[in-house]
Ligand binder design. Sequence first.
Ligand SMILES: CC(C)(COP(=O)(O)OP(=O)(O)OC[C@H]1O[C@@H](n2cnc3c(N)ncnc32)[C@H](O)[C@@H]1OP(=O)(O)O)[C@@H](O)C(=O)NCCC(=O)NCCS
Length: 159
Amino acid sequence: MKTPSNSLVVMTELVLPNDTNYLGNLLGGRLMHWVDIAAALSAMRHSGKVCVTASVDQITFDEPIKLGHVVHITSILTRAFKTSMEVYVQVEREDPLNGTRTRTSDAFLTFVAIDQYGKPLPASPLSPETDEEKHRYEEAAMRREIRLRAREAMKARRG
Ligand SMILES: CC(C)(COP(=O)(O)OP(=O)(O)OC[C@H]1O[C@@H](n2cnc3c(N)ncnc32)[C@H](O)[C@@H]1OP(=O)(O)O)[C@@H](O)C(=O)NCCC(=O)NCCS
């Protein structure tokens, strides 16, 4: 059975002028794009199939990331359900001139592997190994409940 480390993705990006706003800070949308790509790769490494993003939980930007900083995005599968997979992503900023690293964002995303008709495919189970992986695995069920309730509430609001 596959373990979370089989799905580990580490992505490194240098913040260039085209990635920033007027203040020289990394654009939130650019960071979300990188987060989505890293997380999708984790889901694809686990499933060996084409995956789509079903949802992105709340993502906060705790500290600005500036032009010239290095962004480290680490993503790993936390749990596989019937057809969906939850991925945890951590973002760190590095100042390459002095080597300091600061955690700036965390996020949970949900992916689904699909066939050529866009139909969800069964997800292979995941076997957590470390205490941290086991903790994230246990908590994933609770996060899933919350996001599925939110999905139902949104559907009801749309009518
Ligand atoms: C994600 C998608 C494949 C789900 O298909 P669906 O026909 O709604 O099928 P289901 O309702 O059975 O959902 C499939 C799984 O996704 C999960 N899921 C669906 N919407 C979800 C949401 N908003 N948040 C979390 N999980 C969600 C379901 O719980 C289910 O998981 P499970 O089998 O492990 O219980 C479909 O909605 C889709 O293709 N969406 C567009 C994806 C896309 O284009 N993403 C790029 C961003 S625009």
